[in-house]
Write a protein that binds this ligand. Sequence first.
Ligand SMILES: [Zn+2]
Ligand SMILES: [Zn+2]
Length: 164
Amino acid sequence: MTTTDPAGAAPESADNEYHEGGCVCGAVRYRTTGQPVNVIVCHCTWCQRRTGSGFAVIPKFTRAQFELLSGDLKRYRSISDGSGRWLDLEFCPNCGTNIGFLQELRPDAHAIDAGTFDDPSWLAPDRQWFRYIFVRSSQAWSALPEGVEHHHGHFLEKEGPGEP
Ligand SMILES: [Zn+2]
Ligand SMILES: [Zn+2]
């Protein structure tokens, strides 16, 4: 469900807009407030494995923008092969749906897997800052759209591979 400020005065893209999402079984429900800092479309092999898909679409919020409404998020600590830093995967302990992750590299960030929003279509390249990264490991069956901002590896390559 997507709602805007109850006062009704907020334009569609206002910082006080809310978006809800959750897992497949319905136990985990969450809400985000406002706009993500950016939206990372990550083709790294770690994201391919953890999502079981060709790439991850991860709007990056601050921790304060994320609120868990119901259920529990189980965490699994994964260590980046490239940097040695941890990333805590968050998922529903009942159905296993990926919800997002926290990362040592960005202590205030909360990455959400875009497909878990009830209506993920509020995220769009003309509304948020989309950045396609690790395109060097993209698969032939998940081609990039033309003309998008894309990076061979990370846009902060010095931070090491494997961290969106
Ligand atoms: Zn679940
Ligand atoms: Zn990645």
